[in-house]
Design a protein around this ligand. Structure first.
Ligand SMILES: Cc1cc2nc3c(=O)[nH]c(=O)nc-3n(C[C@H](O)[C@H](O)[C@H](O)COP(=O)(O)OP(=O)(O)OC[C@H]3O[C@@H](n4cnc5c(N)ncnc54)[C@H](O)[C@@H]3O)c2cc1C
Length: 459
């Protein structure tokens, strides 16, 4: 293959955090070697702009590390600001006494980065544009994909289509791309969250300027973390209502779903003065979200590897580890590495790079077990914070606080400390077969999904 070869065309469905980061990673890994087949990346976003209203997103050190590897870590630190050695401090709801405080090293260049989503998306978009990494389209909703043998035809809701060698489905928890291959749907957790942003200067008294605080009570937890260089607090106040509660009937996963502040006041009655000051500072009609995830999916690649899923489309999880966006960055990093290796003319002899399907299988084999562990741990963490894990139901509030401390102190270590490159090399060198799922079983048998685009019921 020469560098004059026809470009390998990649369509990325969805220009959220996962999609834009993936475009940067693919560009980086596939253009750093002069003998690599040229690529052409297009990102198709359904919305009219690359923006997300309101709210914060915390990137853990695992995700921040990848941003630094791609060369824009300083810009990430600049939009996040500096914290002072605490990831989160859990407090009793009634008097703000400490339950447990989880330290983190903030003295290094590569460190946690709690951002405003809109700042993070702006940064990712500007890096894509500066590097000419991808063509960015808006108002282009992917509506389906058809196998054409060597290529796939990607169809859009506006009636147009495009032909590419690979489609990466980064279209979020309600993924249309996933919906073509698997019949399942987002699962409502029974929890809602009130969300909003509040300038720290508007809060009567705020003694925790540079770290997350989470007040815990039975079936409720009120989480805040500072973003925008510690100028603004991102508020996510969770309440377990139950799946059949009339309170959840009209709640959506959307900024358009709002409520009266009186609902927040009622749900957080009895909380300490700090929380009351925060509620006072919230807007009169805060956003009210339904909190959903998906069941784990054991196959992320279809149509001979020409379609792959990434980010929430592959592994939507509850937000209780603050890890979903970070996991989508890990996906983007590994997919970039795998495709970069596949498109090299002087390929290694690893069996993974003999076909696009085995390359996609390598991506899945590296990422899927870790993403699924994060999904499961996010559910467990939510149950712990709301004191409704099976072994907490009948315990006193004080006993539950002890269990929160015990379970939370070390919980994030494996999420933050993974050496993703070593994990990639290990799986690559072990030579997992393309057809095998993560546990050795045939992917199709386990996931019960078809690679020809016909959807059947997932287990
Ligand atoms: C309350 C809450 C708090 C959270 N807090 C954190 C946190 O602190 N840290 C963290 O790491 N994660 C957090 N998460 C999770 C995180 O938001 C997601 O994991 C992350 O945004 C996933 O990125 P994504 O790119 O896969 O999907 P998304 O961010 O959902 O992006 C998908 C994009 O695809 C577009 N799209 C959808 N359908 C189509 C289509 N058919 N065609 C074209 N485009 C399409 C959408 O418009 C969107 O731009 C939180 C989630 C919630 C609900």
């Amino acid at each position: 293959m020469s560098t004059n070869a026809r470009p390998f065309r990649i369509a990325v469905a969805g220009g959220g955090i996962g999609g834009l980061f993936t475009a940067i990673s693919l560009h980086h890994h596939c253009t750093s070697n002069p003998t690599t087949r040229p690529i052409e990346i297009s990102v198709y976003e359904q919305a009219s702009q690359y923006k997300e209203i309101g709210a914060g997103v915390g990137l853990g050190i695992n995700a921040a590390r990848l941003v630094h590897k791609l060369g824009f870590g300083d810009q990430l630190n600049a939009i996040a600001g500096h914290r002072t050695g605490v990831w989160i401090s859990f407090r009793r709801f009634d008097n703000s006494e400490e339950v447990v405080t989880v330290p983190v090293n903030d003295d290094t260049k590569v460190r946690q980065a709690p951002c405003a989503r809109t700042d993070l998306l702006d940064l990712l978009k500007s890096v894509v544009e500066e590097r000419g990494a991808a063509k960015l389209y808006t108002k282009k909703a992917v509506s389906g994909v058809e196998d054409q043998g060597e290529t796939v035809k990607v169809r859009f809701a506006d009636g147009t289509d495009t032909e590419v060698e690979m489609l990466v489905g980064c279209d979020g928890i309600h993924s249309t791309v996933r919906g073509q291959f698997v019949v399942d749907r987002p699962i409502f957790s029974g929890q809602i969250a009130y969300r909003g942003l509040v300038p720290i200067k508007d809060i009567k008294e705020w003694p925790f300027p540079s770290y997350s605080v989470c007040w815990v009570a039975k079936h409720r937890h009120y989480l805040v973390f500072p973003i925008r260089r510690n100028e603004t607090l991102n508020i996510v106040a969770f309440v377990t209502k139950g799946k059949d509660s009339p309170d959840v009937k009209d709640v959506k996963e959307s900024w358009a779903s709002v409520c009266d502040k009186a609902d927040v006041e009622k749900d957080f009655e009895g909380f300490d003065g700090h929380v009351r000051s925060l509620i006072d500072a919230m807007p009169q009609n805060p956003s009210k979200w339904s909190i959903n995830d998906r069941e784990p999916l054991d196959r992320w690649h279809y149509m001979g590897g020409k379609v792959v899923l990434l980010g929430d489309a592959a592994h939507a999880m509850l937000p209780h580890l603050g890890a979903g966006a970070g996991q989508s960055l890990e996906d983007g990093w590994v997919l970039g590495k795998a495709l970069g290796d596949y498109l090299k003319t002087d390929k290694s002899s690893s069996c993974h790079f003999q076909s696009l399907e085995s390359t996609a299988a390598l991506y899945q084999a590296v990422r899927l077990p870790r993403a699924q562990k994060t999904q499961a741990t996010s559910r467990a963490a939510g149950d712990t914070y709301e004191m409704q894990a099976p072994d907490m139901i009948d315990r006193s509030f004080e006993d539950c606080c002890d269990l929160i401390a015990e379970r939370t102190r070390e919980r994030m270590k494996w999420v933050w400390e993974e050496d993703l490159d070593a994990a990639y090399e290990k799986v690559r060198d072990e030579g997992v077969q393309a057809e095998q799922g993560p546990n050795g079983q045939k992917g199709e048998e386990k996931a019960q999904v078809m690679t020809n685009g016909t959807a059947v019921q997932a287990p």
